[in-house]
Design a protein around this ligand. Structure first.
Ligand code: SAM
Ligand code: SF4
Length: 351
């Protein structure tokens, strides 16, 4: 086994496939099959959310270490054609920081027609790019927005950019990028504004999901005893809205849905920590540097970029990817004794 130290995680050039059934899909030892691919395309970001980035931003990845648009398209095609991936989502860092995002989307849309191509974004600058991205073949957008109060937003993100985010959300809706979903990370500071955020989402007709904060902040300040749980959110929202559980449509969908005031509107809660859904995880991830990361919490990654640039065939790349998935962890283990957070933060992995 080749092991290359890249400063952060352990990056392997090969992995054991011992015991793996000879099937094309991305299967693991726990019977899970990955169908949902997250592709991080940059570590750069226009915000500095406290639960994600350090104040100064992440160390810059040298340009030559980033996957190019053509390399991303090749890996996406391979994932769909050979490995059974059925949905692709671009993330980061902030994917809108890449000027060639439209080119990446258009290349993927041509390479894997019919496969949904989604974007997770903070929406800054989306106002000017939503139409172009929709025309390039983007199908859906998830926007991260934690507070509808401008001062509060500035405090959480360390940037006073709420108007730009709201303009981006409107532009995405106008461009037909639907369904538009809003993701809000639950922090002690966000709890008091959660009901206002839900009232805003109901008025705008956008779906809102709250996400429990995971120990993936670059500053490593997350603490189990301080995190806001789904239960705490439900009681905060319950003081203003009547909520009834409707469960999950699909077991691998992370959000549990609740109807609001009798429906049809719903609110989602992604209780990644207190009600972990690792047993149903169907994700595989590529980092901006071209490594496969099978679990957010495992710093063991498999290097596709090195193989790709040394002339590996699609068969060889597919086999490396299968090996990465075969060795995927059972779960994040946040509640296990001796748990330590991974070295990469969420923005450096691609959430
Ligand atoms: N910049 C884009 C954005 O914010 O949507 C895409 C990248 S961001 C890392 C992807 C998602 O991860 C966002 O919804 C963000 O709120 C979420 N996230 C970041 N840090 C997190 C943490 N510590 N726990 C839970 N979710 C987190
Ligand atoms: Fe940037 Fe997204 Fe991380 Fe916020 S959550 S700092 S917007 S990458």
């Amino acid at each position: 086994m080749t092991t290359v130290e890249m400063g952060i995680p352990t990056v392997r050039g090969s992995v054991s496939l011992d015991g793996r059934p000879d099937v094309p899909e991305l299967v693991d030892k726990f019977g899970r099959v990955a169908r949902d691919l997250r592709v991080s395309i940059t570590e750069k970001c226009s915000l500095r959310c406290t639960y994600c980035m350090p104040e100064e931003g992440l160390p810059a990845i040298p340009q030559q270490d980033l996957l190019t648009a053509d390399e991303i398209v090749r890996l996406v095609r391979l994932a769909v054609d050979r490995l059974g991936v059925r949905e692709v989502r671009f993330t980061g860092g902030e994917p809108l920081m890449r000027a060639d995002l439209e080119q990446i989307v258009a290349g993927c849309a041509a390479a894997v027609p019919g496969i949904p191509l989604a974007l997770t974004t903070n929406a800054i600058g989306l106002e000017h790019r939503a139409r172009g991205l929709a025309a390039a073949g983007l199908t859906r957008v998830n926007v991260s927005l934690d507070s509808i109060d401008r001062a509060h937003f500035a405090q959480l993100t360390r940037r006073d950019r709420l108007p730009s985010v709201l303009a981006g959300i409107r532009a995405a809706a106008d461009a037909g990028l639907a369904p538009l979903k809003i993701n809000a990370v639950l922090m002690p500071e966000t709890l008091s504004g959660a009901a206002d955020l839900l009232a805003w989402a109901l008025a705008e007709g956008v779906a809102l999901r709250f996400i429990e904060e995971m120990p993936l902040d670059a500053d490593q300040e997350w603490a189990r005893e301080h995190m806001v749980s789904a239960d705490a959110l439900l009681s905060a929202l319950g003081a203003r809205f009547a909520l009834s559980p409707v469960g999950r449509d699909d077991p691998s969908a992370p959000a549990e849905e609740w109807t609001v005031d009798g429906g049809p509107a719903t609110v989602g809660i992604i209780a990644s920590v207190t009600r972990s859904f690792c047993a149903d995880c169907d994700r595989t991830r590529i980092t901006a540097e071209g490594t496969v990361r099978s679990c957010l919490f495992s710093d063991s990654e498999v290097d596709l970029r090195g193989a790709l640039r040394s002339g590996a065939t699609d068969d060889e790349l597919a086999q490396l990817w299968r090996g990465a998935m075969w060795n995927k962890w059972a779960g994040h283990g946040i509640d296990a004794a001796g748990f330590t957070p991974p070295q990469r933060s969420m923005g450096a992995i691609g959430g």
